[in-house]
Ligand binder design. Sequence first.
Ligand SMILES: Nc1ncnc2c1ncn2[C@@H]1O[C@H](COP(=O)(O)OP(=O)(O)O)[C@@H](O)[C@H]1O
Ligand SMILES: [Mg+2]
Length: 250
Amino acid sequence: MATSWTPDQPIVQCVDVRKSFGALEVLKGISLSVRKGEVICIIGPSGSGKSTLIRCINALQPISSGSIQIEGIEVSDPRLDKLALRRKVGMVFQQYNLFPHKTALQNVMMAPIHVLGQKRAEVEARARALLAKVRLAGKEDTYPGELSGGQQQRVAIARSLAMRPDIMLFDEVTAALDPETVKEVLVTIRELAEDGMTCILVTHEMNFAREVADHVYFTDRGVIVEHGPPATLFTAAKDERTQQFLSQVL
Ligand SMILES: Nc1ncnc2c1ncn2[C@@H]1O[C@H](COP(=O)(O)OP(=O)(O)O)[C@@H](O)[C@H]1O
Ligand SMILES: [Mg+2]
């Protein structure tokens, strides 16, 4: 789809996004924008609608009203080319969902070959480089069941990157990990961010959010209560709900 988007405009723009499941409205007018290369973190209590928002941005859930544009493309447009969107937006979940009967390398190679029809040799070279990038060189031929949670999550990140997305969405990707493997996954995400990848992260790792985010959004019950640069939000939150949440998690 042709758009007039240029990189100096927001790469992701949500305007008054609303989403209901039946009578339950879980997103009540969310507006946010992300510039190319920015890292934003979305924090807030369970049930705030964080995962729903992430899923709407990736068109995994249709929105009820409002607008979400990715590189100028309206995600709720019924004519949306979903494959084109999948190529632009990578997503990593709490559950890594690797194929258990495929090796790490095969997991990373699958989508570019089977979804995009790219040449095996090229894809393999890229997949090997990506596994090295997420610090899994030497694990190419290992099956997911033989890897730690943190290693599996890094394979999942490499698998997303193999589609060469412009934007990466991370939904609590360390929440299910053993504490000792959380750090290695955060290191991988930090390096991606330092390389200039645009990242939207839902996270409970407040220290990480403070260090890597350009901007932090605090959400509660379907609204953005407050947002700002981490130095401001984490030390001088204005809203009582933000202060209370931060006092519980910091
Ligand atoms: N597919 C769905 N159908 C019905 N309700 C849902 C669905 N997905 C999420 N919800 C509800 O939406 C609210 C927000 O959920 P979620 O986006 O997962 O919040 P968070 O990620 O912030 O914990 C919750 O009340 C949840 O039960
Ligand atoms: Mg969630």
